[in-house]
Ligand binder design. Structure first.
Ligand code: NAI
Ligand code: MG
Length: 481
């Protein structure tokens, strides 16, 4: 078998120790790899690259398309961007796959049979990182959920379930509140689900979903979630499995993929030779399956399971009730290597199928028949330091034009005019909703309205156009409207 070139970064903190151990295990386990080493993280940040990565490193990543990455330290303080988010987004790694398993009774946990996989959308949602301070009192972040982004991750989750013999996909959202953004996510889950009749499908609102995951993790199989909920749910799942230090993760895109441990660079134990290399090893095993070396992946995973069974444990999972021997990073790696070729006796042995060469998500074409989009109004946001909605209405009503008429004022999304309650708390961030009258307005009608607002000396800070799509509102109503 010819060797597969991969890009490797040793990272910071415990990174170099655990990467050395993992590469030794991979080599002894028969993985056919040709590692190319790049430098990322602290040392690169210190040389003045605020991104933590240099041009030559990108070149290697784009050539090998496979990245095995040790954890890195993100320097504290402003000006530095998270390297993880940068790599994910630059290489289009839209799917974050995080398997979580329990290894009871060899790793102490309250739940005996956890075997679930979280498929987390990796590029959108609040992680677009588009934030603003708009007034003295009010800040804002944009939550972006796109149709193509959602379609990709939903298909990925279903395909993943089908190809890995999983039975159920649970979609997590908060579409009772965020009807347009999370609503789109849920709707595409239902629509595309029709193409996977053999899979069980369910949807849970994130609050009860998180509660159930903490209390009954055994009932989950594949969990599909938008970026933020997926991030939170993965830590809950890893923690209840008793094994944050044992979990690996894959970040997958159409062209490239990155594999890593879930944990960070653990500066508190760096250089002591006691770190557990298991999380990174799990990431490396996912990598071997991805590049079409499933036999090596299974051999290494089974030797690792046998090592856990034999009670050879690093300090983080050492428990005198079940452990036989406390070992450091190097000795743990040696113990795994000595067990290559053996199977676990009580834990279920790993078996990976031949990697399916079909792309996980077929190339998608833009909808050939887009919805009919019609401008029906505009929301104008004001920084206004008054407190009485009626006074603001008196200022704004005369600014209505022939085409756009003031219909509603809200504060933090709650209707305060016409007919609001004095109890409603108010900030300096107000929204005037101007709806179309006398036919459909155009951009010039909006400019005319904004011209009048500016001439009146009102401090408007932001606008949002209101559109109907195929006659249905593409905007939310004011609370109480
Ligand atoms: P951390 O995961 O590095 O450490 C949390 C705790 O778990 C520490 O007590 C640590 O000693 C322990 N721990 C973690 N991995 C371990 C291992 N393999 N074996 C034994 N014990 C282990 O999280 P923390 O302290 O919040 O972050 C430290 C640094 O890592 C920060 O700079 C953070 O930004 C970075 N980080 C990087 C990530 C990545 O590169 N993917 C992910 C998370 C954090
Ligand atoms: Mg996280």
């Amino acid at each position: 078998m010819s060797k597969t070139p991969i890009t490797v970064a040793y990272g910071d903190g415990i990174g170099p120790e655990i990467m050395r151990a993992v590469l030794q295990i991979l080599e002894a386990g028969g993985a056919q790899l040709e590692p190319e080493v790049i430098e990322i993280g602290e040392s690169v940040y210190r040389r003045g690259h605020t991104s933590g990565i240099e041009e030559s490193a990108w070149e290697s990543l784009r050539r090998t398309k496979v990245f095995l990455k040790a954890p890195i330290t993100t320097p504290q303080g402003g000006g530095y961007k998270s390297l993880n988010v940068t790599v994910r987004k630059t290489l289009g790694l839209y799917a974050n796959v995080r398997p979580v398993q329990s290894y009871e009774p060899f790793v102490t946990t309250k739940h005996k049979s956890i075997d679930l996989v979280i498929v987390r959308e990796n590029e959108e949602d609040l992680y677009a990182g588009i934030e603003y301070r708009q007034t003295e009192e009010v800040t804002m972040a944009l939550k972006l959920i796109s149709k193509p982004g959602t379609e990709r991750i939903v298909r990925y989750a279903y395909e993943f379930a089908r190809r890995n013999g999983r039975r159920k996909v649970t979609c997590i959202s908060k579409d009772n509140i965020m009807k347009i953004t999370d609503g789109l996510f849920h709707k595409m889950f239902d629509e595309i689900g029709a193409e996977y009749p053999e899979l069980h499908k369910e949807h849970m609102i994130v609050d009860i979903g998180a509660a159930r995951l903490a209390e009954m993790p055994e009932r989950f199989d594949v969990i599909l979630a938008p970026n933020l909920y997926g991030d939170i749910l993965s830590d809950i799942a890893a923690e209840v499995a008793g094994s944050v230090g044992l979990a690996g993760s894959a970040n997958v895109g159409d062209d490239c993929a990155m594999f890593e441990a879930v944990h960070g660079s653990a500066p508190d134990i760096a250089g002591k030779g006691i770190a557990n290399p298991s999380g990174l090893l799990q990431g490396a095993i996912l990598m071997l399956v991805h590049i079409g070396q499933p036999e090596a992946a299974a051999r290494i995973k089974n030797a690792w399971l046998k090592t856990l069974e034999d009670g050879i444990h690093t300090a983080d999972i050492y428990d005198e009730r079940v452990s036989e021997k406390k070992v450091g990073t190097e000795a743990f790696a040696q113990a795994v290597i000595e067990r290559l070729g053996q199977l676990p006796e009580r834990l279920r042995p790993a078996k990976f199928g031949e990697a399916n060469k079909e792309p996980m998500v077929p190339l998608m074409v833009r909808n050939p028949k887009p919805a009919q989009k019609e401008l029906v109004g505009i929301d104008v946001f004001f920084n206004w330091r008054g407190s009485k909605p009626e006074e603001l209405a008196q200022l704004l009503e005369p600014l209505s034009t022939d085409k756009l008429r003031l219909a509603l004022i809200t504060n933090r999304g709650v209707k305060v005019w016409p007919g609001g309650f004095p109890e409603t708390f108010r900030t300096d961030h107000w929204r005037g909703r101007f709806m179309a009258q006398n036919g459909s307005p155009n951009h010039n009608d909006i400019v005319e309205l904004l011209g009048k607002i500016a001439a009146a000396g009102m401090d408007f800070i932001k606008t949002e156009h209101l559109y109907n799509f195929d006659g249905k509102p593409g905007y939310s109503l004011g609370q109480g409207q």
